[in-house]
Design a binder for this molecule. Sequence first.
Ligand SMILES: Nc1ncnc2c1ncn2[C@@H]1O[C@H](COP(=O)(O)OP(=O)(O)OP(=O)(O)O)[C@@H](O)[C@H]1O
Length: 285
Amino acid sequence: MHNADLDGHGFDQWRDTMELADLTHGTDARRLTRGLEVVFDGVSRRFDTGTLALDTVDLEVRRGDFVAVVGPSGCGKSTLLRMAAGLDRPTSGSVSTAAGSTGFIFQEPTLLPWRSVRANVELSARLRRRDRGDRAAVRARAAEAIAAVGLEDFADQLPRALSGGMKMRVSLARALTLAPDLLLLDEPFGALDEMTRLDMQNELQRLYAERRFSALFITHSVSEAVYLADRVVVMTARPGRIAKIVDIGGGAEEFAHPRDPDIRYDRRFTDHVAEISALLHGGAS
Ligand SMILES: Nc1ncnc2c1ncn2[C@@H]1O[C@H](COP(=O)(O)OP(=O)(O)OP(=O)(O)O)[C@@H](O)[C@H]1O
């Protein structure tokens, strides 16, 4: 590992991503009711600086659920996600997860610039405990993940030859090699242009419909949250509390996954967007 070479390439995030492959939450799993993936129970987090980031958050993510979190900047969304990954701990309350494997996707794809797409993805595949030391299994798993995100033709390219959207696809592929029960996404599409962002939403939608991992997805885009999620958690300004959890689609068939991109023009969709925007902005959307 050339750690020094990673300066400026989001080493901390990269390391977190890699360390996650090694997390197991088996002991927590026994404490969870069947069908639950992550439970935040009265979670508060105060940092050493005195900042109270989260205040008494109760949230259940059911297995196979797609939950989006929206809220003002600094309300503790990333802190919540880091706790779900076991990368941070509450000052009071508890976080339990049943997930055997967890993938974490950040806004920055944090690819190793000197490694090809394939080598980046294989690096992650290698960290999967079950396949450790089995080169053929690692190769096959990486190739499958690269194909799943449509990057077969770019497998031998270096990251610098890829567009922003393609780099994000690599990041997704890397997480998929872990066969995650739980996918944690921290504003993954925030840095992409609008067209690419819509593309990536569809890509994620398709992968979710196929693989049915549980997802906890942070975004600043209300329409992105409504398009992707079964439930949208709306948070207050810091200290972050849950203002409301909005059920999307009310069980209507059109809201089953994968959703048609045109669902965005459906009245129920626009009503959800209006309601959530009003909650966030404390008035008209
Ligand atoms: N390690 C830390 N030490 C001290 N304060 C922290 C630390 N991490 C986060 N905070 C503070 O906790 C609060 C919540 O941060 P967090 O990153 O979770 O918010 P966020 O909702 O994800 O923000 P954004 O939407 O801007 O990304 C912020 O005020 C932040 O400054």
